[in-house]
Every structure is written in structure tokens, then in C-alpha cells.
Ligand binder design. Structure first.
Ligand code: MN3
Length: 199
């Protein structure tokens, strides 16, 4: 089905006091995300993907050996990634719900160890991509990273949290300091209730 750009779940300036400016969200949501939607719609028009769900398009077009050349996959997957990303942040600080907290402690030893692993994955992604907290089919939580627009749906994982580490996500507010952007994301921007709702 046709891709549609969702409105942000908060005002463009709602995250500014937490380190993500209105200017970043204007570029990132209104221009970058919109481009994935528009380009994706052009590419699926007249193909068998036109009537499929977004998730089917993402998993059905993923080819690990040809990500760079795969326009439908890249735009569909980035559309999906950004829809999750906006929802995973919020203007009011939320505590970590206890079920999520216990699972994280079980999987990583401590909340700090999880945050270190997540930040290291994001900082260590060479070039554009994403870092993730995912749930494997066996229920184990894991931190991963992916290149470009690849997302955990391609590997049968459930996404709990993701952070966009493309430069367009942080250059206006943090310039080249990706680790500072990641640490601010974890401390000030994540809506932990949304993360827990994905369990
Ligand atoms: Mn982005």
C-alpha cells in the first residue's frame, strides 16, 4: 500500500529542551523522511509491492548482497525505521517500566552496561546506519547495529529501541560528536514506555 508520512507525535520544537532542535526535526522529518516516502511510492507504483504491507515490502525486498542498489528496500525500510524512531522519543521524561528494566538487567547485567553497549554500537557503526535494542525469537534482548537503512525485521527480530546515526540526525545539534548525541538520546530523549510496549 502507498506510504504516507505520519505527523510527528509532538511539536517540532518539543524536543529542543532535550537536545534535538526544531531545525533538526524540520530537516529530518519534513525533508529526509518525506523523501523516503515519496521515492518509495514512485518505485513501488505499478509493481507487485503496491498492494503489500510495508513490513512485507521490507522483508520481501531485502537482499543482503545488494542493499546499495535496492531502491525499493532502502526507501521502504527507512520509512519504517523513521516511523518507529519518532515514536521512541518524547518530550516528557519517562521512567523505565519494571518489566523492561528486569529484562535489560537479565540480558546485559545492568542498565549502565546496556547503555554502554548501545552507545558503542552506534558510535562503532562505520558510516550511516542505526543501532538497536532488539528481542530475539527466544526472548533474549540484544544490542545490534545495521548499515544504511537495514532494519531488524530483516533478521526476524523485534525492535524495542533504535537510534538513527546518519549524520542528518545529529549534525545540526551535535556536529561531529556522535557519542554525545547517543548519550543524550539515551538520557533525555527516549520514551521508555514506548520501548516497553514493544516487548
Ligand atoms: Mn534519518
Amino acid at each position: 500500500m502507498a506510504f504516507e508520512l505520519p505527523d510527528l507525535p509532538y511539536a517540532h520544537d518539543a524536543l529542543a529542551q532535550h537536545g534535538m532542535s526544531a531545525e533538526t526535526l524540520e530537516y529530518h522529518h519534513d525533508l529526509h523522511h518525506k523523501a523516503y516516502v515519496d521515492n518509495g511510492n514512485k518505485l513501488i507504483a505499478g509493481t507487485k509491492w503496491e498492494t503489500e504491507t510495508l513490513e512485507s515490502i521490507v522483508t520481501g525486498t531485502y537482499d543482503a548482497n545488494a542493499v546499495a542498489q535496492n531502491g525499493i528496500f532502502n526507501n521502504a525500510s527507512q520509512h519504517w525505521n523513521h516511523m518507529q524512531f519518532w515514536e521512541m522519543m518524547g518530550p516528557s521524561k519517562t521512567g523505565m517500566p519494571s518489566e523492561l528494566e528486569s529484562l535489560i538487567k537479565e540480558s546485559f547485567g545492568s542498565i549502565d552496561a546496556f547503555k554502554e553497549a548501545f552507545s558503542a554500537a552506534g558510535a562503532g557503526q562505520f558510516g550511516s546506519g542505526w543501532c538497536w535494542l532488539v528481542k530475539e525469537a527466544d526472548g533474549i534482548l540484544k544490542v545490534t547495529k545495521t548499515e544504511n537503512g537495514v532494519n531488524p525485521l530483516c533478521f526476524g527480530q523485534t525492535v524495542l529501541l533504535g537510534c538513527d546515526v546518519w549524520e542528518h540526525s545529529y549534525y545540526i545539534d551535535f556536529r561531529n560528536k556522535r557519542p554525545a548525541y547517543l548519550s543524550n538520546f539515551l538520557e533525555n530523549l527516549v520514551n521508555w514506555e514506548n520501548v516497553a510496549s514493544r516487548l
